[in-house]
Design a binder for this molecule. Structure first.
Ligand SMILES: [Fe+2]
Length: 326
């Protein structure tokens, strides 16, 4: 193992590669000792035999996902897993999902704060999610579900905290401003907000490996709840990252396991081609429906990523201007 590390470090002399590898090495060690977080493709047929398995982060066509709830449920049944439909600032998908009694469903929502960072909130029953949505989300909606709410992150967490819920930051480290650990939010504010939440999503199958590793480091350092989900926007992505626990397959026991930290997380990032296809659809519909949100994303990306493809960047920017102007 050590020899392999040195061979790698010698071969890849660029410091960024080394840093990522060292992070990976630390986590390999964690995985061997705790198995709480495992970076590999979940073997769902095997896993579902002995555990309650849930994809905690999935999107339906009620926000920016591609599929109807009926197709999503068919796929979850086939995989033998439970599911949380966590649409952006919308609950119609989650409400429809809750009507299916033959699979484990977790009521949830992915909120966009005024700062642009996302927040996942899960509830023990669908009635509480509806009540939360009607009193604490709907009055603050923007012009569509993909737009930021007019509440800041502090206000959102404070409101969600009034209900029996589980509050987590999805993809806290990621390439755009939707993760809480982004440079547009001051470090002390990040720490305060992380302290207010129940935990973080440590594997998001739509995220990049280097960001997921940082999310996992954060999860272990916080010592709070850790979850995983595909963040899938189409059926093929479901189950690429999951949260599982040794508990009876019902909401209360499952969410309690997550709360108590007795759950585990396993997942692997989507293949590059899958990401390109999925993001292609997402970007196309985002440009059409929410050019201002896309514009913000592109501007943010300029500041943290040195885009190597000016051609693609300029093409996206042109389309955004065209739709924003129409
Ligand atoms: Fe998401």
């Amino acid at each position: 193992m050590i020899l392999f590390f040195f061979a790698y470090a010698l071969f890849f002399r660029r410091s960024m590669n080394k840093r990522i590898f060292v992070l990976f090495l630390i986590f390999w060690r964690y995985m061997e000792t705790s198995h709480r977080v495992v970076f590999e493709k979940p073997n769902l047929p095997e896993l579902t035999l002995h555990h309650t398995v849930v994809d905690m982060h999935f999107h339906s066509r009620h926000s920016d996902g591609l599929n109807r709830v009926s197709s999503i449920v068919r796929r979850a049944r086939k995989l033998g897993i439970g599911l949380a439909i966590t649409d952006h600032n919308a609950i119609r998908g989650a409400v429809r999902l809750a009507t299916y009694a033959d699979i484990l469903t977790i009521p949830g929502i992915e909120l966009t704060s005024r700062e642009g960072a996302h927040l996942l909130v899960y509830f023990y029953n669908i009635e509480t999610l509806i009540q939360f949505y009607e009193s604490d989300v709907r009055p603050f909606l923007g012009k569509n579900v993909m737009t930021s709410l007019s509440l800041d992150m502090h206000g959102l967490i404070r409101r969600a905290r009034q209900y029996k819920s589980l509050i987590l930051f999805p993809h806290p480290h990621c390439a755009i401003y939707t993760g809480i650990c982004n440079p547009m939010i001051a470090k002390d504010a990040q720490e305060r907000l992380l302290g207010m939440a129940d935990g973080v999503e440590v594997i998001n199958a739509g995220n990049m490996k280097k960001w997921n590793l940082q999310c996992a480091v954060l999860g272990f350092n916080l010592g709070k709840c850790m979850t995983g989900g595909s963040d899938g926007h189409n059926l093929f992505q479901m189950g690429k990252a999951v949260t599982y626990a040794d508990c009876p397959p019902n909401r209360t026991d499952f969410l309690d396991s997550v709360k108590n930290g007795t759950n585990r997380v396993i997942g692997k990032e989507m293949a590059f081609l899958q990401k390109v296809t999925s993001n292609g659809f997402k970007i196309k519909s985002s440009i059409r429906n929410s050019p201002h949100v896309m514009g913000k994303n592109v501007r943010f990306s300029y500041s943290i990523i040195h885009s190597r493809s000016r051609k693609v960047r300029d093409m996206v920017q042109r389309k955004i201007f065209r739709h924003a102007g129409s």
